[in-house]
Design a protein around this ligand. Structure first.
Ligand code: ZN
Length: 146
């Protein structure tokens, strides 16, 4: 049974409990690496200027700490292992598996948020109707508290 390595565990520890529960379940079935959880302002700036993120601090759900609206990351970047950025079909297949497991966990009440994937921001099943394909990115869906 696959397990997260030390770096993946440390990255995942910076994320919301629902993301931790979800990916600790995922890794039992499909080996994967947690590339990024929380990002400080400095880390978000680096992600923005390198093109890995489309938004500036504090507008990413990865952003935490001083000046950010949250203390724990509402987003996580995870890639199926071994990592191959050119194998888009595999990234999409992995995302389908993640969404399936997330749906079951939500239905069971094990997690409390829907999960949005960065390859299909509006969750309509199409990966082609978005200008920014962010294959490794998963985030908690916005919920209105009121
Ligand atoms: Zn991300």
């Amino acid at each position: 049974m696959p397990k997260f390595g030390q770096r993946s565990r440390a990255n995942l520890a910076t994320c919301h409990e629902d993301l931790r529960v979800l990916f600790n379940e995922i890794v039992r079935w499909w080996d994967c690496s947690v590339l990024c959880g929380a990002r400080s302002q400095e880390e978000q700036d680096a992600a923005f200027y390198s093109g890995r993120s489309k938004v500036k601090f504090p507008n990413s759900k990865h952003n935490v700490g001083p000046g950010a609206p949250r203390e724990i990351s509402s987003a996580v970047d995870v890639m199926p292992y071994p990592i191959d950025w050119h194998d888009r079909e595999r990234i999409i297949q992995f995302a389908g598996f993640v969404r399936g497991v997330a749906t079951v966990l939500l239905d069971e009440g094990t997690i409390s948020h829907r999960i949005t994937w960065g390859g299909d921001w509006d969750s309509d099943g199409s990966t082609r109707d978005h200008s920014f394909f962010d294959g490794p990115h998963y985030q908690l869906e916005e919920v209105d508290d009121d």
